[in-house]
Structure formats: structure tokens, C-alpha cells
Design a protein around this ligand. Structure first.
Ligand code: NDP
Ligand code: GDR
Length: 357
């Protein structure tokens, strides 16, 4: 039976990964931060009373800013695999807390690698680092000849988050080369789910559409509707993380769907899910979307009503305009095959938010 340690276990990916590893028969340990109220909603269904026998899921209090705590937990758990998913993961918020994000997302990665080395576990413990498509920064000239970002595309981060994660990427690669550690980067493009944090754009949209449908919200305020993202389902992406650590050789992989969609079209698709057609008017800061048609007897929205409006407060000081990844290496070497397309993802998120509301 293998043992895994997950940082960021209370997050979207951590919760799906914990489920996957438990299904595979792992003993799973997770690090959660102390908070003044409960922050374990996404993993409460996995909770096991620690007094029972054969406990497979254990939580430890900890924080990626605390080396002493990281070293102690890794010493206690002696993991075969560490998945470093813990991060301040919101790009816009990283402009407000740049030093904190450097500490957690950048140096936090170093703390994990160094703890493994200090404890002499270099040959035992495999490490997955949650790298990101934000490393590319969306510069058009850095795409490959086919028009995608792949494992060889140059990086150009456009936020304090991206800059911190680029340190995490390189220090992971360096420890692999310097000390022969099995340490890998998954360069994951955006992935979403009903468990996505409420302030990321997809979830903000699906929650708002559910609330508008049920008469609990008037209008959805968004930032840049022109941004293009390559969106997949988090469940598919945690499967890739696991596969990356099961290979013979440690390598870095792009995980993406290979298709890109604008925020505007994501809004359109989400409203379509509840039978509402939108018409978009205006440009940039003055852009709005009105109800054009309503084909669902359950949700009778008034024709002509403004349901989406742009608020420039949500713009970022520097934006990543377009992301599209080439997952060929992951598909051929890992045998990774996503189960969800964007339509199925949107449907699951809308259904879940309609139920929640
Ligand atoms: P979430 O924001 O949902 O989860 C982040 C997790 O990190 C939470 O468990 C959070 O704890 C924890 N965390 C935050 N700060 C600290 C800290 N100082 N010490 C320890 N833990 C901390 O992110 P996702 O699940 O979406 O993403 C997982 C990882 O993958 C992140 O590193 C993210 O940057 C990266 N990534 C995500 C992508 C995506 O599209 N989802 C794409 C590419 C990379 P708490 O619950 O207490 O806040
Ligand atoms: P992103 O995700 O920045 O790509 O980072 P997010 O959903 O926050 O933004 C995607 C795009 O939508 C635009 N946008 C808005 N975004 C938010 N959050 N809120 C809005 O109101 C809004 N309006 C428009 C943004 O400008 C952006 O272009 C995510 C995170 O999960 C990172 O941790 C991860 O590394 C990357 O994906 C890959």
C-alpha cells in the first residue's frame, strides 16, 4: 500500500486527487491550514474517525510558509508520493499580495523539496509540483508552429502568481537534475468543476446563472470577456497528476484540452444551459448582455433584461489574453485521455449550482 501526502488537500484539485488515490488503495495524508471556521467542505465526505482501525485518510495542520512543520509532517508520514497543490492560486489576488504568493507558491515548493532532501528521502519520495499555463503568459509569438503552447514553449509570466510559480517550476527541475530526485512539473491549463472556488470566472458565472434563473440575482458583473482559456475538468486533470508520478522517468508534462474559448462564449454556453439566449452589445467597458430569447418554462427571464455587465474593477494590471495547450506528450506517454468536454463540464457545473441554490 502506497502512502501519499497532499498539500492543498482542502482545495478543488486536492479533494478530487484524495478521492482518486483512496480509490486506488493509497493511504492519504493531507495538510490543511488552521482557520477560524471549518474549511474542509470539499473533503468532509472522506473524513475518517482517527480512532477507527485501518484509517486511510488523515489530516495534519500545516502551512507551506512553515519549514519546521513541513519537515515534521514529511518525517512522520514518510510518503512515497507528495503532491504539492497548496498555493494562493488566484491570479488577480496575487497583485494584492505579491510577497505572500512568492512565499507560499515559490518558496513553499522549495520547502517541500528541501524537506525531502534533509530527511534523506530523495530516493523514496516522488514529488508532483502543480505548475501552470500562467507560466506562458499568453504571448502569441511563443506558441509553437501549430499554434499551441507545449513543453518547449518559452515562459513569460504576467502576474506575481505566475512569477512565483515559475520559481516553483525551475526549482523542481533543478532538484531533479542536481540530486536525482523524482520531481515533476505538471503544466496544467485551467481546469474547473462544481468544486471550483467561487471567485474563479467559470464558477462565478455558473453560480450567477443559477441565481439569476431562480430570481435571486439581477446581474452578473465580469471583467475581461475577451480572455481565451483552454478549460478542462479537474477530475480528468488529477488523473494526469497521478500518471505523471507512475512513469519510469521523471519528466514535465502539459495537461490541456487543446481548445480555447472566450469568457464571453463561456457565459453564452452557461445561459444556453438554462434555455436562455443572450445578445451582447457595446464594447469593452460598456459591454452588456441582454436576454434575447427564453425557451425554458422553468426560468422565465424578461426579454431585453440586462443580465451581464462589464465592471473594469475586475480587469488585471497585466492580462494573459490567450491560452491553448498541446497535450500530445501526455496523451502518448501517459496514456491520458480526458472524459469530459467543455459542454459536459458546463452542464455539470450549472446543474450543481442550480441544486445548491
Ligand atoms: P485552490 O485554490 O482550490 O486550492 C488551493 C489549496 O492550497 C487550498 O487547499 C488552500 O487551503 C491551500 N493553501 C493556500 N495557501 C496555503 C498555505 N500557505 N499553506 C498550505 N496550503 C495552502 O486551487 P486548485 O485546487 O484549483 O489548484 C491546485 C494547485 O494547482 C494550485 O497550486 C494552483 O495554483 C495549481 N493550478 C491550478 C489550476 C486550475 O485551473 N485549477 C491550473 C494550473 C495550476 P485553504 O482551503 O485553506 O484556502
Ligand atoms: P485564471 O482563472 O486567471 O486563468 O487562473 P480565472 O478564472 O480567475 O480567470 C480566467 C479569465 O477570466 C477573466 N475574467 C475574470 N476572472 C475572474 N476571476 N473574475 C471575473 O469577474 C472575470 N471576468 C473576466 C480573467 O481576466 C482571466 O483572463 C486560473 C487559476 O486556477 C490559476 O491558479 C491557474 O494557474 C490558472 O487558472 C491556469
Amino acid at each position: 500500500m502506497k502512502t501519499a501526502l497532499i498539500t492543498g488537500v482542502t482545495g478543488q484539485d486536492g479533494s478530487y486527487l484524495a478521492e482518486l488515490l483512496l480509490e486506488k488503495g493509497y493511504k492519504v495524508h493531507g495538510i490543511k491550514r488552521r482557520a477560524s471556521s471549518f474549511n474542509t467542505q470539499r473533503i468532509d465526505h472522506l473524513y475518517q474517525d482517527q480512532h477507527e482501525q485501518n484509517v486511510n485518510f488523515t489530516l495534519h495542520y500545516g502551512d507551506l510558509t512553515d519549514s519546521t512543520n513541513i519537515i515534521r509532517i514529511i518525517q512522520e508520514v514518510q510518503p512515497d508520493e507528495i503532491y504539492n497543490l497548496g498555493a494562493m492560486s488566484h491570479v488577480k489576488v496575487s497583485f494584492d499580495s505579491p510577497e505572500y504568493v512568492a512565499n507560499v507558491d515559490g518558496i513553499g515548493t522549495l520547502r517541500i523539496l528541501e524537506a525531502v532532501r534533509i530527511l534523506g528521502l530523495e530516493k523514496k519520495t516522488r514529488i508532483y509540483q502543480a505548475s501552470t499555463s500562467e507560466l506562458y503568459g499568453g504571448l502569441p509569438e511563443n506558441k509553437n508552429a501549430a499554434g499551441f503552447y507545449d513543453e518547449n514553449s518559452p515562459f513569460y509570466p504576467r502576474s506575481p502568481y505566475g512569477a512565483a510559480k515559475i520559481y516553483g517550476f525551475w526549482i523542481t527541475k533543478n532538484y531533479r537534475e542536481a540530486y536525482g530526485m523524482f520531481a515533476c512539473n505538471g503544466i496544467l491549463f485551467n481546469h474547473e468543476s462544481p468544486r471550483r472556488g467561487e471567485t474563479f470566472v467559470t464558477r462565478k458565472i455558473t453560480m450567477a446563472v443559477a441565481a439569476i434563473a431562480k430570481g435571486k440575482q439581477e446581474c452578473l458583473y465580469l471583467g475581461n470577456l475577451n480572455a481565451l482559456r483552454d478549460w478542462g475538468h479537474a477530475k480528468d486533470y488529477v488523473e494526469a497528476m497521478w500518471r505523471i508520478l507512475q512513469q519510469e522517468k521523471p519528466e514535465d508534462y502539459v495537461i490541456a484540452m487543446g481548445e480555447t474559448t472566450s469568457v464571453r462564449d463561456f457565459v453564452r454556453m452557461t445561459f444556453n444551459e438554462i434555455g436562455v439566449e443572450l445578445s451582447f452589445e457595446g464594447e469593452n467597458e460598456s459591454e452588456i448582455a441582454k436576454v434575447k430569447a427564453c425557451n425554458n418554462p422553468l426560468y422565465q427571464l424578461e426579454i431585453g433584461k440586462t443580465v451581464v455587465s462589464v465592471d473594469p474593477d475586475y480587469y488585471r494590471p497585466t492580462e494573459v489574453d490567450l491560452l491553448i495547450g498541446d497535450p500530445t506528450k501526455a496523451k502518448t506517454q501517459l496514456g491520458w485521455k480526458p472524459q469530459y468536454d467543455l459542454q459536459a463540464l458546463v452542464r455539470e457545473m450549472v446543474e450543481s449550482d442550480l441544486n445548491l441554490i
